[in-house]
Design a protein. Structure first.
Length: 165
């Protein structure tokens, strides 16, 4: 028997609209393809440390920012769990601290993921007739450094599909 292309999927979630769409997509994948999904949210302590070293923040301020970000991650992942439960899907969640790209890759490696899902947003420049896809430097690092396949989710009607399934 041929092994499925993906059995274990890691989805990066930062609370943005595009990452929420990616989570919805991952939940649908879990329901349809019976794969395991883990949602990972990262407190970007690497950027906080950089800003503190460059004197843009004092250490007490950086501690407060880090705590607030971690609190947001807890709330966000609780919401993800509820979304999955509403579709009868079990989803693992994890909060990590560090550089976003390296923590997502580490989480995928530890989970033995076959696939990492990232959110992608279309950036339409109204001054031009061309549309350009914007990829963050974090996403670029993940795409270039991951040890498994990476998929950027750009499903425009994922919310409607989520309601139907």
């Amino acid at each position: 028997m041929i092994k499925p292309l993906f059995q274990r999927v890691v989805v990066a979630y930062n609370g943005s609209q595009s990452s929420l769409h990616t989570v919805l997509y991952a939940i649908l994948m879990a329901k349809v393809y019976k794969c395991s999904v883990k949602a990972v949210s990262v407190v970007d302590t690497a950027s906080i440390k950089y800003l503190t070293l460059k004197k843009f923040m004092v250490s007490q301020e950086s501690d407060s920012v880090s705590q607030n970000l971690e609190s947001d991650c807890v709330k966000n992942l609780a919401y993800v769990t509820e979304l999955a439960k509403s579709k009868g899907v079990k989803i693992e969640t994890e909060i990590r601290k560090g550089a976003v790209w390296s923590e997502i890759i580490s989480a995928a490696d530890e989970f033995k993921a076959d696939l990492i899902l990232l959110g992608g947003a279309k950036n339409l420049n109204r001054l031009s007739t061309l549309s350009h896809d914007s990829i963050s430097s974090q996403d670029s690092e993940i795409i270039g450094s991951a040890h498994c396949s990476v998929m950027v989710v750009r499903e425009p009607y994922v919310e409607q599909k989520f309601k139907l399934i």
